[in-house]
Ligand binder design. Sequence first.
Ligand code: PTJ
Length: 249
Amino acid sequence: MSDPEIPESHPRYESLLTRHRIEDGVEKGITSQQGLIAQGRGEAFDYLLGEETIPSADEAARAAAAELLLAEHPVLSVNGNVAALVPGEIVELAETTGADIEVNLFNRTPERIEAIADQLREHGATEVKGLTADERIPGLDHERAKVDADGIYAADVVLVPLEDGDRAAALAEMGKTEIVVDLNPLSRSAKAADVPIVDNVIRAVPKMTEHARELQDASTAELESIVEAFDPEAALASAERQIRDGSPE
Ligand code: PTJ
């Protein structure tokens, strides 16, 4: 990844770096042009959240780590924005939690699928699912329905960052536990999630890995109690208060 020379002291360093990565993703055929629009929407929410992980998002990342560690078959779904922003961080999270990685796209083309799989392999992924696409998520009539039978289709816990509401609802309908990363606490996908993480994917993915490492030796009972104590509605309400009032309380 060729990051430009942005001084770390710049007040909007992270935001500028993120923009550059998305731009680079579009140039490499990884990110769709719509991904630029999605990035702009995300940036607006991130600005209002203070461009930092608020306490309820950190709690959500911990609950997400517990869910991934408890899962029989966890899968991390990757789209064009995620592949451009956090390819290495996704591989690390997969390795830490024993999850599979699957490419799943809204604007699906064979060229983009290949480019994203290559990007993930370049960042250390040994296996990338989503290329076979031999199953369909029921009730969805767009390209995001296409999944691997031994991947998302068979998963019990799925991480879906920057999702559209349709698939989030369809996956919930299939009885899967869903972890959503979305900067908009009012989005349909955040509302459909068992664990909504209202944070930038750039911060949320490494946070989940950090928590998963800490919880690596925790007992099943301890992991279950973390999941049970997490309240998705309270987390969304806290993020909304932060955006509206500048304080999570
Ligand atoms: O790569 P593809 O073809 O699968 O397409 C992916 C996009 C993201 C283009 C597609 O899923 C899409 O159009 O998404 P939406 O409907 O624009 O939703 C994106 C959501 O993610 C919005 O609610 C944004 O606020 C949020 N978002 C954008 N950037 C980030 C983000 N959330 C977390 N971290 C970000 N960096």
